[in-house]
Design a protein around this ligand. Structure first.
Ligand SMILES: Cc1cc2nc3c(=O)[nH]c(=O)nc-3n(C[C@H](O)[C@H](O)[C@H](O)COP(=O)(O)OP(=O)(O)OC[C@H]3O[C@@H](n4cnc5c(N)ncnc54)[C@H](O)[C@@H]3O)c2cc1C
Length: 266
């Protein structure tokens, strides 16, 4: 079973919001200095799932990302976890692509990688969170896709996929090759082993530019974007604190309940 995993490197979502700054004029997020970027949360689940499927059914896992040079760190982490190959897609003409542009770049790279059974993506990224790159990639490659998975079971050339919905679970059958997006319920990503870290540190990662893949440059990057970012700002949260007091705790609780009812909170 050959699996391709698409990962995105993002600013660590555990950084407290107060430490982020937004340049509203340039519409850019300015993360705090000296904090290393990480693999987007659900993408780590996708990497874990790919390795687990390979361990059970054999095959090979290739991980790809579109991003800057320092994405090599995240790709090496994937190799250290157990992926077989990693490819960085990096070119100035790839910059500022929207989800459709990123999907076109990924589609061209995946065609070059060759035969595969499954493409795995996260259900959405931990930074911009459009949740559309995976689906746009499936469309670009003409593949069936199933999203938000909490379990994947292989039955021959079919996959039984459990979708994590808000109020239940949906079970869907899909034939390979296909694209699946995963949710965090699917697994707990493993930590890379020391042996894996050493092996990954010695591996040279290929960097593919637009000339290495068959991508139409007029359909990627800033000028091809179908969305226009018009405003980027940090919301300001304000709150009023009111103490409800009375002679006893019981009386105070009654008063609080009445007040919550008056304000239509209960
Ligand atoms: C007008 C506009 C301006 C923007 N400006 C910037 C900017 O200045 N800087 C910036 O960082 N972003 C910017 N973005 C966001 C950027 O376009 C998105 O990161 C990109 O479109 C992917 O969407 P997403 O992050 O919401 O990923 P989603 O669609 O939520 O990602 C879903 C899944 O797709 C896969 N995936 C997503 N991105 C990649 C990738 N690069 N490589 C491999 N797999 C991937 C992953 O598996 C991921 O879990 C901008 C977006 C718009 C619309």
């Amino acid at each position: 079973m050959n699996i391709i995993v698409c990962i995105k490197q993002v600013q660590d979502p555990d950084i407290p919001p107060r430490d982020f700054k937004v340049d509203e004029e340039k519409m850019e997020i300015l993360p705090p200095a000296n904090v290393s970027p990480v693999i987007s949360t659900f993408d780590e689940n996708a990497v874990e799932e790919a390795i687990a499927l390979k361990e059970e059914h054999g095959g090979k896992v290739t991980v790809v990302t579109v991003g800057p040079e320092n994405c090599k760190d995240s790709l090496k982490k994937c190799l250290a976890m157990g992926c077989d190959d990693a490819i960085l897609l990096n070119d100035s003409c790839f910059e500022n692509s929207d989800a459709f542009g990123i999907a076109r770049i990924l589609a061209a790279a995946i065609k070059k990688v060759g035969e595969f059974d499954i493409i795995l993506c996260g259900r959405l990224s931990s930074d911009w969170g459009f949740g559309s790159t995976g689906l746009a990639l499936a469309e670009a490659l003409g593949l069936p896709s199933v999203g938000q998975l909490q379990k994947i079971t292989v039955e021959g050339t079919e996959l039984i996929c459990e979708r994590a919905l808000e109020d239940g679970v949906e079970v869907v059958k899909v034939k390979t090759p296909c694209l699946l997006t995963v949710s965090n319920e699917i697994n707990t990503p493993r930590l890379p082993s020391v042996k894996g870290i050493l092996m990954a540190s010695r591996k040279q990662l290929p960097i593919w530019k637009s000339t290495d893949i068959d991508v139409d440059e007029s359909k990627i990057g800033d000028s091809a974007n179908t969305l226009e970012l018009t405003k980027l700002y940090k919301p300001v949260f304000t709150g009023n604190c009111e103490f409800i007091e009375d002679e006893s705790l019981e009386e105070a609780a009654k008063k609080l309940a009445m007040r919550l009812r008056e304000d239509k909170i209960i």
